[in-house]
Design a binder for this molecule. Structure first.
Ligand code: B12
Length: 332
């Protein structure tokens, strides 16, 4: 929907941290008649994926990644202002009805841009949206539900390690009777993970939310507690991520060498992903995380023996979690 030449010009502005230049390109393509969706996926999404590939290949630092993401965030906020200036809010509310939709990220989930893009898309369709952004705590969600009395809570998660926190949001929202729609890269297309954490529904594409809303119940019952052994292990493991990470780091850091620090920085995510695999009974999360960490290490010339040591140290830490240990062994 957006020409490659325009994508390249936009990317060039992102690379140079030129928010004003990026906004100017967006204004031009909007004037030329490009739909909002085309801009969100064709420009913002495309640039964001390029950012991700460069970080993964160790060509960009996290700082550069942050700076580029900030340009894209500015652009989406700019689009939201443009959308608000087009629409007649009173007419929109009458057509779509209140209450608003609540868009949040899982706790400790810093990938806010996908949720922001979802918000812009929903606002362009005329919905009133309360957007809370990254790292929304259980308490913040409770307060927002009390303040906004939303029609639905939409929870975004990009990290597999966020799934246990998404479950917390499902518990919090449904305790107030509010349906929960989940989405984002942390979820599988078939919806297995969403079902296992008790979400009311899953949507992967923001374009599907409108039709989904029509099918959702107005009120839902509170999800029953998860009392399986795997769930107990998942919550216990998550509560101990700090000490387990310290122990893995102590064991491996003395090896030194290229890439070791970068790999060790990912240990909290690795343990969180194992907790998510336990909670959702989805072993593919562990194998995906293993492949991913090995790729992070390889791109940073981390020695294979160091990576093996990281996995051995993680295995040592999960000795008291028999189901987790088995999942880890199966993925080796
Ligand atoms: C930018 C980025 C960051 C930034 C985020 C800043 C910000 N303000 O958003 C920073 C630097 C903070 C970051 C940190 C980390 N990141 Co990061 N990050 C990314 C990156 C490059 C882009 C994410 C993004 O914005 N994508 C753009 C949009 C378009 O993506 P999208 O998911 O397709 O979103 C659409 C749909 O999913 C949908 N959608 C999303 N949510 C919802 C919700 C609902 C209800 C609905 C209906 C739809 C919907 O709508 C969106 C718009 O169309 C991705 C790589 C990638 N290719 O995506 C990695 C990525 C997500 N990060 C990853 C990781 C591992 C991390 C870190 C753990 C390690 C690290 N890299 O430093 C930390 C963890 C931080 C934390 N606790 O959250 C992994 C996740 C792997 C996994 N499977 O869990 C990825 C995939 C990169 C990778 N391959 O290594 N990251």
């Amino acid at each position: 929907m957006v020409a490659t030449a325009v994508q390249d010009r936009y990317w060039d502005r992102v690379v140079h941290n030129d928010g004003a230049g990026a906004r100017a390109i967006v204004d031009t393509v909007l004037t030329d008649g490009t739909p909002l969706d085309g801009i969100l996926t064709g420009l913002v999404g495309d640039a964001q994926r390029r950012v991700g590939s460069l970080w993964a290949a160790d060509e960009w630092t996290v700082a550069r990644e942050h700076a580029a993401t900030a340009v894209n965030e500015q652009v989406v906020q700019h689009l939201r202002r443009r959308i608000r200036s087009w629409r007649d809010d009173a007419a929109v509310r009458a057509a779509r009805g209140t209450p608003p939709l609540l868009v949040v990220c899982a706790e400790r989930e810093w990938h806010a841009l996908p949720a922001l893009m979802l918000t812009a898309r929903l606002e362009s369709e005329g919905y009133a949206v309360a957007y809370l952004g990254a790292d929304v705590s259980t308490l913040a969600l409770q307060r927002a539900i009390a303040d906004h009395e939303p029609r639905v809570t939409l929870v975004s998660a990009s990290l597999s390690s966020s799934l246990v926190f998404v479950r917390r949001h499902v518990e919090t929202a449904t305790a107030s009777g509010v349906p929960v729609v989940v989405g984002g890269a942390a979820f599988d297309p078939a919806g297995l993970r969403a079902r296992r954490i008790g979400a009311t529904a899953q949507a992967l594409d923001p374009a599907d939310v409108g039709s989904l809303l029509a099918t959702l119940p107005r009120r839902v019952p509170a999800v029953p507690p998860l009392r399986t052994d795997a769930a107990r292990e998942a919550f216990a493991l998550l509560a101990a991520v700090g000490p387990h990470t310290d122990a893995v780091t102590q064991r491996v850091a003395r090896r030194g060498g290229p890439g070791t620090t970068a790999v060790l920085d990912q240990v909290p995510h690795v343990l969180g992903a194992l907790a998510a695999a336990l909670l959702t009974d989805d072993a593919s999360i562990v194998s995906e995380t293993r492949t991913w960490l090995d790729a992070v290490g390889d791109a940073r010339r981390c020695e294979r023996s160091t990576l093996a040591e990281v996995w051995a140290a993680v295995t040592e830490q999960v000795a008291d979690y028999p189901l987790g240990r088995r999942m880890l062994a199966d993925a080796a």
